[in-house]
Design a protein around this ligand. Structure first.
Ligand SMILES: C[S@@+](CC[C@H](N)C(=O)[O-])C[C@H]1O[C@@H](n2cnc3c(N)ncnc32)[C@H](O)[C@@H]1O
Length: 257
């Protein structure tokens, strides 16, 4: 049995919803790596990387940055990886998890860890074109809640990166809870990409469905094609929305809760 308190890093409770999210992410990302990794080096951006490790029944499970690295390794591919989190302690912990797994020593992985806001760093990167546009790029957008996802950032990714692959974990349930708060009006305008969101989300009964439908329609306006819209929580809290530049390849993708 692993003694969690002897690990050189912190772990968080591994909730069922996180476990399902990781299962879907691993399966999807593995497919993408297999399809695109044969002809290219790959870029992976984890916009909300988290602290890197979880526990359940005394067992350790790793977060999305480590899962992505593991998938690239198992497929014998090369990649440039960017792990972003605005929380300094999460980033420090993630660095320890990376070391613990020996990922910093691998020649096929060029890992960059950044303590900054996702929208800010993406803006800088996309303006300076530091993301090597010749390579296929996968962006995983997985915040707590909804504030961290700015529509303008998604738009810029869609317009600047050639053939991006994107997964957004869209927590519509937390939006419903905060909808009435006046001081969040600007935040919602940033998330939906319009001041006009109020009229579109409707009355309480239908709200959750309206929010997802409206957000999806906003994404479709920037040519975000959605082959997968996966409910990943039994409590109906969030939905994974993916944009694939390789639609046909992902038709057979399947997931189970
Ligand atoms: C749900 S956790 C990420 C979990 C991780 N993707 C995984 O699957 O293991 C969300 C993380 O996003 C970070 N975060 C929240 N808002 C952010 C922002 N605007 N920019 C960057 N990181 C942010 C939080 O500090 C937190 O660590």
């Amino acid at each position: 049995m692993i003694e969690l308190d002897r690990l050189p890093f912190e772990t968080k409770d591994y909730e069922e919803q996180t476990e399902i999210k990781h299962k879907v992410f691993r399966e999807y990302f593995d497919k993408w790596v297999k399809i695109l990794g044969s002809a290219h080096k790959l870029n992976y951006v984890d916009g909300f990387a988290g602290l890197g490790a979880y526990h359940k029944n005394e067992k350790v499970y790793f977060g999305s940055p480590i899962i992505a690295s593991d998938v690239i390794n198992k497929n014998g591919k090369e990649a440039w990886l960017l792990f972003i989190d605005k929380d300094k302690s999460a980033i420090e912990n993630l660095n320890s998890v990376i070391k613990f797994n020996g990922l910093d020593k691998l020649k096929n992985l060029k890992i960059n860890v950044i303590n900054q806001d996702f929208n800010e760093i993406m803006d800088e990167l996309l303006n300076t074109k530091n993301i090597e546009n010749a390579e296929p790029t996968f962006v995983f957008i997985d915040p707590f809640g909804f504030e961290g996802i700015h529509y303008e950032t998604i738009k810029k990714i869609m317009q600047t990166i050639k053939k991006p692959e994107i997964i957004i974990n869209f927590m519509f349930n937390s939006i419903t809870r905060f909808l009435e708060k006046e001081n969040l009006e600007d935040t919602f305008a940033k998330v939906f990409g319009t001041e006009d969101w109020k009229g579109r989300v409707g009355d309480e009964g239908e709200r959750e469905k309206n929010i997802v439908d409206f957000y999806v329609s906003q994404l479709e306006d920037i040519k975000f094609r959605i082959p997968i819209q996966a409910d990943i929580s039994r409590q109906k809290q969030n939905v994974l929305l993916s944009h694939s530049s390789y639609k046909a390849s992902f038709r057979s993708f399947d997931y189970e809760i």
